[in-house]
Design a protein around this ligand. Structure first.
Ligand SMILES: [Ca+2]
Ligand SMILES: [Ca+2]
Length: 268
């Protein structure tokens, strides 16, 4: 099979069982490590709950939940090696998941600070970048759509290098960008109940879209062949509020199959 463009495509992994034994499981997709070692050494921050990950310099420290803002669903402050405690007033690096209302008010504040604005793509998602000065400190903030919430990524301008490192490695997991013109691969795993190669590819629908094609591949490296199916993003019947997508199909012995996985819609 052709090499998947991992930068543009997200992979959902679905464990399929016959419809009578319906169950859904979420599997972590293992990204092949093809990057050459860089200096400084990088660590990976992985957030399963909100479905994102990024790499950051190993000498930095990440501190979750120190802002105590009720409008914030989640926040993470990064501190530089020279900092003793997280700066909660003007964080050196900030990852913040907030309500749309909060994000809108933040955007207005940035504009009131005469921020220069531009469009950026982070993890395949289009957002707005604001560069501004607050308390004489140059800062950067990026506001991204994030399902029912918004994500704000922020940094002091002096740490722009580290910030750009984080942005360039930022990935949304199990996320579907409905504005994308691309194709999303979905893996159906072979298990003790059935063999993924028995699936009739033309019978499979995922979130309302018919599969375009399928290829056998041992996706989870357990020695048996699984099936990777491809779907056209524009054909999905999904709304930004959807958090789960279902895959249905038929085996060559007419057994109906069904599986589901959690998803996040990240388009505007
Ligand atoms: Ca297996
Ligand atoms: Ca396998």
């Amino acid at each position: 099979m052709k090499t998947l463009n991992k930068k543009l495509l997200f992979v959902l992994i679905i464990l399929i069982v016959p419809a009578g034994l319906f169950a859904s499981f979420v599997y972590k997709y293992k990204q092949p490590s093809t990057s050459t070692p860089t200096i400084p050494v990088l660590k990976t921050y992985h957030n399963e709950e909100f479905g994102f990950e990024f790499q950051y310099p190993a000498d930095w420290t990440l501190h979750p939940s120190v802002l105590k803002n009720p409008l914030s669903k989640f926040e993470l402050i990064g501190t530089a090696p020279e900092e003793k405690v997280p700066n909660t007033i003007i964080p050196s690096i900030l990852v913040n998941i907030v309500t749309p209302d909060f994000a809108d008010r933040a955007s207005i504040s940035f504009k009131n600070l005469n921020a220069s604005t531009s469009t950026v793509i982070v993890g395949g998602v289009e957002g707005t970048k604001y560069e501004y000065e607050f308390e004489s400190i140059p800062q950067i903030a990026i506001v991204l759509p994030f399902g029912e919430y918004r994500m704000i990524l922020g940094a002091r301008k002096e740490y722009e290098g580290v910030f750009n490192q984080i942005l360039s490695t930022f990935q949304f997991l199990n996320s579907i960008n409905l504005n994308s013109q691309g194709v999303i691969p979905v893996a159906v795993l072979t298990n003790e109940f059935f063999n993924a190669r028995d699936v009739i590819i033309g019978s499979v629908f995922f979130a309302g879209a018919a599969s375009l094609r399928g290829n056998p591949e041992d996706v989870d490296n357990d020695g048996d062949l699984d099936l990777i199916l491809h779907f056209d993003t524009q054909s999905f019947n999904l709304t930004p509020a959807d958090t789960e997508a279902t895959l249905t199909g038929r085996l060559d012995n007419d057994t109906l199959i069904k599986g589901a996985d959690s998803i996040k819609i990240i388009s505007k």
